[in-house]
Design a protein around this ligand. Sequence first.
Ligand SMILES: [Zn+2]
Length: 95
Amino acid sequence: MAGDPWGRETRHDLITCPHCGHELNASTHVNGADAPGPGMVSVCIYCAGVSVFGDGLELRPPTWLEAVECSLDPGVQRCVAAVLEALHDAHGGAS
Ligand SMILES: [Zn+2]
């Protein structure tokens, strides 16, 4: 739908967030990609942690260089901000 910040969603095998340990079975693409691929960045919907897809599409923490690149990427920043906002709303923190 127009104005929806999220792109299309892909279901996949369970992968574990390296930050919070939650298992994820789907990825939503915010940069026009069709599916997750090695080296692509993932933002965890449970903790807003930034991870990178490995060669086997497992999630791993970013290297320090990748972390710097992510911190400078407006698309990643928007995604992290959107997840943090959703988490805040979900926990009834609006005031
Ligand atoms: Zn997480």
